[in-house]
Design a protein around this ligand. Structure first.
Ligand SMILES: *Cc1c(COP(=O)(O)O)cnc(C)c1O
Length: 225
């Protein structure tokens, strides 16, 4: 199957309200162009430098999609990230939120962001621990940040062989998401739960994901060059 066919098939198989973000790290501009031409609406990058190179090569095609930062954001890359991305999914601390808000304020543009939670509490992963009170505290602080709008939660979940093992973690993320949805605060418009990757997206959707980030199932196995 071509990349185009794989995308179309998955798009048909999952509910309409679930957004597909193509996770494009290591992919060529030609591969990404094919999937945009097949109707992809959103792409996700892990690295600022890689995104810059890719978007240049994609030209107008890069402007037809919503561009998400899904990788760890270094403080010294925030300005460039603000030029490249429409959404930053990886806000994981008050300090990071504050730094992004200050730089967004200079540009005078409100930036949609998601809070990243480390739902498996894994030492090797970034993100807030899945403690509701902690996450609510951060969001309450962010309600004072005029140039950020919190629109969602993002989580990776533990990587295991069997996606069924991740289900309880997805349920936990969903519970936190539901509680946050009912908060009524300024600069808050929670509507997106970004969870599920190639091996786990079906389970994630069953557990309430509204956005899946897919690489391998669309483009094949990654080759790091
Ligand atoms: C690479 C990546 C994905 C997609 O991974 P696949 O297993 O190839 O689908 C999703 N989210 C993030 C944050 C990633 O870095």
């Amino acid at each position: 199957m071509t990349i185009r066919d794989k995308y179309s098939k998955i798009r048909e198989d999952i509910p309409e309200h679930v957004t597909i973000v193509a996770a494009v790290k290591t992919r060529t501009a030609e591969e990404v162009a094919q999937i945009i031409d097949a109707g992809l609406t959103d792409i996700g990058e892990n690295y600022v430098q890689e995104a810059e190179t890719l978007y240049k090569k994609l030209g107008d095609r890069a402007k037809r999609v919503r561009r998400h930062m899904i990788g760890h954001l270094q403080t010294n890359k925030i300005n460039r990230a603000l030029e490249l991305f429409d959404v930053i999914q990886t806000i994981d601390s008050l300090k990071k939120a504050d730094a992004v808000n200050k730089r967004a304020a200079v540009r005078g543009k409100v930036l949609p962001v998601y809070i990243e939670i480390n739902v498996g509490s894994e030492l090797t992963k970034s993100g807030l621990s899945p403690d509701y009170a902690l996450i609510e505290d951060l969001i309450k602080e962010m309600a004072g940040m005029k140039f950020l709008r919190v629109e969602g939660l993002m989580t990776m979940g533990p990587v295991t062989g069997d996606p069924e093992d991740i289900r309880p973690y997805f349920q936990k993320a969903r519970q936190i998401f539901d509680r946050l949805c009912s908060l009524d605060l300024p600069h808050l418009d929670i509507k997106t739960l970004s969870m599920g990757m190639s091996h786990s997206y079906k389970v994630a959707i069953e557990e309430g994901s509204t956005m899946v980030r897919l690489g391998t199932v669309l483009f094949g196995a990654r080759i790091y060059r």
